[in-house]
Design a protein around this ligand. Structure first.
Ligand code: GTQ
Ligand code: FE2
Length: 342
């Protein structure tokens, strides 16, 4: 006999539980333990041609001395105004005018920058000068001091990415500003980066942290040479993982990077994974189908592949190169990485 009185009881009971700082599991079990991941964000494409005018405006309107970094972060509105590109990750474009110095700092989040139009810029990481050339990847691992400088005669723009949202979720960010007037910070050469430039050769008495790559600078020319030397897989694609040369693992504790070359007109097998990815189009043109969305992309466009969303990519008109930054290693370390092909 389900009368009105007994039907009303659970909600009254729930209200009393809530007033006592208790929640019943039974009426919200499905919500708090979904049967599969539920990304908040649909995939999104940011076109370089839409971003570029804003980089120009940022350079002319925002003095570098007034800001920590002159970076334009790519945001998905699905995160309701929060500064997130896709779960756990942000991507941005950073602009430096000739003579600009982005002051040194360090933090617990992991970050990378990838040289799109950055010939002539340099990032100094822990006392090593890393001169940026086309397609170079530069790491700023957790708590490594870093600053940027443009000593060229032209405006410089690069792509960067970081796991700031992950560290905000964990509330594990620490940040230390450096001394903006400390000139000696900038007065360095490549320093110990020399110890990590010969693949397969490692000094035996070196002292370096095991937590992240001791190599900070990965050459674009070397990456392109290796991509060209690899034989394409069954779907025509070739993938290079950027690794810690001392361990063979991902470059940083929770940020993982890949270079992918797609063969003309060959669609990659649709795949979904529990990790999140941001793809930068390094060169070429193509089309990606990510979940329900299809994006036509060209050089320096960026698109997101939210976790557990099927993605397939095809180069058009020639081969195409993508740079992919992901939180894959974070999921791996928690034993939460699942990958599935359609
Ligand atoms: O270059 O130091 O886009 O700390 C976001 C945070 C760049 C950087 C970003 C950063 C940096
Ligand atoms: Fe930084």
């Amino acid at each position: 006999m389900a009368d009105v009185a007994t039907a009303a009881k659970p909600s009254e009971f729930v209200a009393q539980l809530q007033a006592a700082n208790l929640h019943p599991l039974w009426d919200r079990f499905r919500t708090i333990t979904p049967v599969k991941p539920q990304p908040k964000d649909p995939p999104l494409l940011w076109r370089w041609r839409d971003i570029e005018p804003f980089t120009e405006r940022a350079a002319s309107q925002v003095p570098i001395d007034d800001v920590e970094r002159r970076a334009l972060i790519l945001v998905n509105p699905a995160f309701a105004g929060d500064t997130v590109t896709t779960s756990n990750l942000i991507a941005a474009f950073t602009v430096l005018d000739p003579g600009d110095r982005a002051r040194p700092h360090r933090h617990t989040f992991s970050a990378i920058r990838f040289a799109t139009r950055a010939e002539g810029a340099a990032t100094i990481v822990n006392g090593r000068r890393c001169n940026m050339h086309d397609g170079d990847l530069i790491l700023t691992p957790p708590m490594c001091w870093h600053g940027h400088i443009n000593e060229s005669d032209h405006r410089i723009i690069w792509f960067d990415a970081a796991n700031i949202p992950l560290l905000r979720t964990l509330d594990a960010n620490f940040f230390e500003p450096g001394d903006p007037k400390a000139n000696q910070f900038w007065m360095v050469d490549e320093g110990e980066e020399k110890l990590w430039t010969e693949p397969g050769l490692v000094g035996t008495e070196l002292d370096y942290p095991a937590t992240h790559s001791p190599k900070y600078h990965y050459s674009g020319a070397a990456t392109r040479r290796l991509l060209a030397a690899l034989s394409p897989g069954a779907d025509g694609s070739r993938t290079v993982r950027y690794t810690n040369p001392a361990t063979g693992d991902a470059v940083m504790p929770a940020l993982d990077c890949y270079a992918v070359r797609l063969s003309k007109d060959r669609a990659t097998r649709p795949k979904r994974t529990t990790c999140n990815m941001i793809c930068l189009v390094v060169s070429g043109m193509g089309r990606s189908t990510v979940g329900e969305h299809t994006f036509d992309w060209s050089q320096h466009d960026v698109f997101s592949i939210p976790h557990w969303t099927l993605a397939s990519h095809t180069a058009k008109g020639g081969d195409a190169d993508l740079f992919v930054v992901s939180d894959k290693v974070a999921l791996e370390r928690l034993d939460l990485l699942r990958e599935e092909y359609q």
